[in-house]
Design a protein around this ligand. Structure first.
Ligand code: ATP
Length: 134
């Protein structure tokens, strides 16, 4: 079965959404293979999100991602990468509330930055992100 990497970002953990999100994950047919609560430091965020390092929002992203603990997970199911991306919804959580009201970001995200969860974009990025944390 396929594996993907999932993260509950600081706003999701702080807002007490972790248990609710984990229930949605399991109800959607994923099994949670690994789970770790961590507090990221700035260098770790810069390295994890290196592909965005030249973007104007990068300093803000680093600040947000170090603002509190996160929960990282390895999820497993057939088609896990695409199905988890579908379940979390679009990057902009505000738009998600209108266009994807059933998505996780619609439930607990705030805007384009504070969007509560992360999911790997591809099998390759899933593999990188899983070995980054586990
Ligand atoms: P993720 O990779 O976290 O699942 P994503 O794939 O939907 O999110 P990316 O384009 O990879 O979005 O951006 C990574 C993260 O950077 C976003 O989840 C968000 O927290 C932040 N981000 C992206 N675009 C913006 C923006 N325009 N302004 C502020 N923050 C942003």
């Amino acid at each position: 079965k396929e594996k993907t990497f999932a993260m509950i970002k600081p706003d999701g953990v702080y807002g007490n959404y972790s248990d609710k999100i984990k229930a949605i994950i399991m109800d959607s047919g994923f099994s949670i293979k690994r789970e770790l609560r961590v507090q990221l430091d700035e260098d770790t965020v810069r390295s994890f999100y290196a592909e965005h390092s030249s973007k104007s929002f990068f300093p803000s992203l680093v600040k947000y991602m170090t603002s509190g603990p996160i929960l990282v997970m390895i999820l497993e199911k057939d088609n896990a990468v695409a199905d988890w991306r579908k379940l979390i919804g679009p990057t902009d959580a505000e738009k998600a509330k209108v266009t994807h009201p059933q998505s996780i970001r619609a439930m607990c995200g705030l805007n384009t930055e504070k969007n509560c969860v992360h999911g790997s974009h591809s099998i390759q990025s899933a593999s990188r992100e899983m070995s980054f944390f586990f």
